[in-house]
Design a protein. Sequence first.
Length: 345
Amino acid sequence: MKKKLGFLSAGFLSLGLILGACGGGAEPEPEEPVGDETADTGEEQEPAGDYETDLQLGTGSTGGTYYPLGQEIANVLNANVDYDGFNVSAVASGASVDNLGQIFRGEMQLGMTVHIPAIEAMAGEGDFEGAVVDNFGFLGYIYPEVMQVVTTADSGITSIEDLRGKRVAIGPAGSGTQSAARLILEAYGIEDGDYEPFEEGFGDAAARIQDGQLDASFGLLGLPDSTTAELSLQREVVILPIEGEALAYVEENSDYGGYEIAADAYDFLDEPVSTVTAYAILVGSLDQVSEELGYEIVKGLYENTDSITHPQGEHMTMDNVLLGSESLPFHPGAEAYFQEQGLID
């Protein structure tokens, strides 16, 4: 892992929030690996575990990309996973960090997340400082997350430096957006206390910008983002660039990579905009989703993504399915499926 910044250790998701429902911070009891031989019989068996078939899929706020796309993912799974008692419901949440925390506490079984918080969770870093969250495995890639820092022309804001002293939505508590927003602001020399932060969902933030109650909003979202496009019908929207030394700082101190928003991504853009990107991925609980069900989930989803109508569904192909998996463990069911397909050894 690359160097992590000090502000992250005091981030919005405290250790208490991660562990709060675990009875004083006790971690779930570890389970034996799938396929271990028993001492009595020498036969392979599934480990005893609290496996579930009625699953919760953590998405994000209702105005973001995760929530509507997560609804479609749940629909595809319910239509194509043939497993006794199986059902999955997509639920709104604080997104990446919140989903990982709820999987850790056994409150969710599946979750959408940016791959960077997932890596930090495994290492007990960033927003997970002091609490290693490692009871989840990679199930597959979803789409590229693109940071979009939105303001309006009449705000007078032309660069991220101008956000000092402004009212800024930094993303919902528990979201990858908020971690990334704080890092980007720090890259421009803007620290906590230098601006007025709002932990808004993306739809609410866009509405507040439209009403003049916010000056700018950070959103790690699919491209194009529907809330941004809708806002542009009411106000003259500007996307602020992340570039130069600040971009280099973000890349050096995180796993975010540089990205160029093409001029044709939105009707209101006249030229490309430099920003950063990461991978949105799907993860599953190792404690509550068995290897067999994990296999059926990956198979049922990635062999039927053509029925997803959300624009980001086009990225969910077998060619892309392993993106974001580097430095993360596979869920054993996903690993079995990827091996069967010849994607991994």
